[in-house]
Design a protein around this ligand. Structure first.
Ligand SMILES: [Zn+2]
Ligand SMILES: [Zn+2]
Length: 273
C-alpha cells in the first residue's frame, strides 16, 4: 500500500547539536522521498538556554527554515518548528521564545530530570530496578507538569527514557506499573487539546518499538485524545520519513483516522491514507 499523506513532524537539522545535515539538503531529500510535509524541530533545551547558546541556534534554525520554506513552495510543505526541551524548568524564557518566533509547530519534551543529565548519559551500570522505578516515576511526574502547562502542540516521545533503560541497557520495565501516572498525563494532554506524538525512531533503534508504544496510543484514544502527530526524529537525511508507515498503521489500529499537521500553531486534520 502506498501512503498518500506522509508527514514527518519531528526532524533535526545541523542547527541541532546532534544534527548532521543542512536544512536545504533535508528538504531535497524529503521532496525526493515524496513526503507531503516536513517540520524541522531543532533542539532548544530551556534548562540550559543561555548557558549553552540555544538562543543563537534557535535564531539560525528559524531563519534557515523560512528560507527553505519559500524555496520549496509547491513541492513540499515545510513547517517551522522547535523541540522545546524542559520548558517547565524555565518558564519565563520558554514563553518569551514562543513569543519571539512564529512557529508552525512546537514539540514539548523532557530529556533530563531537574539538575541531571540527559537519560542518555546516566550511569545505568550502577542502577538497580528500584533506582530505575524511582527515575521513571520522577520522569512521568515531570511529563504531567509539562502537559498541564500545555503551551505547545504535541507531546514528544512519551517513553523516551526506555530508549536507554530497556533498549540500550536491557532493564525490563512493565509500563502497567506506571498506569496511573501515564493515564494522568494522557488525560491532561487530551484535556489541553495536545497531540500525542508517535515517535518512530525507536523502531530503528534497539528499543524496537515506537515511543510511546501501541498500548499507550490506544489508551490516549480511550481517554479522549483526538490528535496525533508522527515523527521520525531524524538526525540524518537518510532517516527522514523512516517508520512513518508503521506509525500510521499503528495509529489506525488504535482508532485514529487522521493525523494533525500544524501551520502557525493551528491544527489541520489530514487523513491517514
Ligand atoms: Zn527529543
Ligand atoms: Zn528530537
Amino acid at each position: 500500500m502506498a501512503w498518500k499523506n506522509r508527514l514527518d513532524l519531528h526532524t533535526h537539522t545541523d542547527n541541532s547539536f546532534d544534527g548532521n545535515h543542512s536544512t536545504t539538503l533535508l528538504c531535497e531529500t524529503a521532496a525526493e522521498k515524496k513526503l507531503r510535509a516536513v517540520a524541522f524541530t531543532d533542539h532548544v533545551e530551556m534548562d540550559v538556554y543561555l548557558e549553552q547558546h540555544f538562543d543563537r541556534t534557535a535564531k539560525q534554525s528559524f531563519f534557515e527554515i523560512i528560507k527553505a520554506r519559500s524555496a520549496f513552495r509547491g513541492k513540499l510543505i515545510v513547517c517551522a518548528g522547535v523541540e522545546l526541551g524542559e520548558p517547565t524548568y524555565n518558564l519565563p524564557e520558554a514563553e518569551a521564545l514562543l513569543r519571539q518566533y512564529s512557529y508552525d509547530i512546537v514539540i514539548g519534551s523532557i530529556h533530563n530530570l531537574r539538575g541531571r543529565q540527559d537519560f542518555w548519559y546516566l550511569p545505568y551500570d550502577s542502577y538497580d530496578d528500584a533506582t530505575i522505578a524511582a527515575l521513571l516515576r520522577e520522569y512521568f511526574d515531570e511529563l504531567l507538569q509539562l502537559a498541564a502547562w500545555g503551551r505547545f502542540d504535541t507531546l514528544a516521545h512519551l517513553t523516551y527514557p526506555l530508549r536507554y533503560i530497556c533498549g540500550e541497557h536491557g532493564f525490563r520495565v512493565n509500563l502497567g506499573d506506571y498506569a496511573e501516572q501515564i493515564d494522568a498525563i494522557l488525560e491532561t494532554a487530551a484535556h489541553n487539546k495536545l497531540a500525542l506524538e508517535i515517535n518512530t525512531s525507536g523502531l530503528r533503534q534497539k528499543l524496537g518499538k515506537t515511543m510511546p508504544e501501541e498500548s499507550v496510543v490506544r489508551r490516549f484514544r480511550e481517554l479522549g485524545g483526538e490528535r496525533i502527530t508522527l515523527g521520525s526524529d531524524a538526525h540524518f537525511a537518510e532517516h527522514l520519513g523512516a517508520g512513518l508507515e508503521e506509525g500510521m498503521e499503528l495509529a489506525l489500529r488504535c482508532g485514529f483516522t487522521h493525523m494533525t499537521l500544524f501551520q502557525r500553531r493551528e491544527p489541520i486534520a489530514i487523513a491517514i491514507e
